[in-house]
Write a protein that binds this ligand. Structure first.
Ligand code: PXL
Length: 275
């Protein structure tokens, strides 16, 4: 098996099962060397806790990048998630442009919104800056809310295939290339992923559970990246990630007190076998 060095840039939410505390173990379980660049350190994620701390690491980003450059370090893939500020988006764009080996894919999860609303620290200016960053990536993994904020497309709770195709077209119009659109549900009992690549749409769906969990977008993007860098196709990587997230939600729903994240750790062994 090829051993890949993957850079992932997102925050450390010390408690909360999201961003780097999800991406690092998942990418490592997928067999990759995982290099991290924390964009910020928070005591918890921002989705439901009050009074969380937020240490902005924006100014460290170019310093870390400069050191890596002086050591001649480059990556087989760059995968980014939740970022803390507009300035970080600019720094990350420079990392996209300079830190990948030849043909290294850049994978961007815009990680800024869900269920029709932006996460608490973001505004529409940030969403537009994120859209520009996504146009610089090779593969973008938004949910429907994020796709709407990036394109000014009307957000709808229920929709049909024509709506989703229009949304993908709107993303293409702002320069976004390959799209893995998550949380696409055409019937009450199913939910899935639309993959739009070079003018072709495909759709994978599975059973929809009543209640989702916080942080599943990060689990999804991490498994997708891990599988894709193991050589799985775009479609298979999207499917493997969707199936894994479904199992995580099933496991977590057995424990109603576990409200702040999805339990993924006990399922990593299964993921390794699938890969
Ligand atoms: O799961 C996305 C995420 C990542 N990081 C932080 C968050 C969130 C979502 O709320 O608050 C800090």
């Amino acid at each position: 098996m090829d051993y890949k060095k993957i850079l992932t840039i997102q925050d450390i939410s010390c408690l909360g099962q999201c961003s780097l505390t999800v991406a690092h173990p998942i990418l490592s379980a997928c067999g990759h060397e995982t290099v991290i660049l924390p964009s910020a350190v928070l005591s918890t994620h921002t989705g439901g806790f009050k009074g969380f701390t937020f240490r902005d690491l924006t100014d460290d980003i170019p310093l870390i990048q400069k050191h890596w450059q002086s050591e001649g370090i480059k990556f087989d893939a760059i995968y980014t998630g939740y970022l803390g500020s507009l300035k970080q988006i600019d720094y990350v764009a420079d990392i996209y442009a300079t830190m990948g080996k030849e043909n290294a894919p850049v994978i961007c999860d815009p990680a800024m919104a869900d269920n029709g609303v932006l996460y608490s620290i973001f505004d529409t200016t940030y969403a537009k800056a994120m859209a520009k960053l996504c146009a610089k990536a090779d593969i973008v993994l938004p949910n429907i809310t994020e796709a709407c904020f990036m394109t000014d497309y009307e957000y709808k709770e229920s929709y049909d295939e024509a709506y989703v195709k229009g949304l993908c077209k709107a993303m293409e119009d702002i320069g976004i290339k390959t799209i893995v659109l998550t949380g696409v549900s055409y019937t009450p009992d199913t939910i899935g992923i639309v993959i739009y690549d070079k003018g072709e749409y495909s759709y994978y769906c599975h059973e929809k559970l009543g209640k989702g969990c916080h942080g599943t977008g990060d689990i999804y993007a991490s498994v997708f990246t891990g599988a894709y860098m193991r050589g799985h196709s775009l479609f298979d990587s999207a499917k493997i990630a969707g199936d894994f997230v479904l199992e995580c939600i099933k496991l977590t729903s057995k424990d109603p007190d576990h409200w702040y994240g999805a339990k993924f750790e006990p399922l990593l062994g299964d993921l390794i076998k699938t890969l």
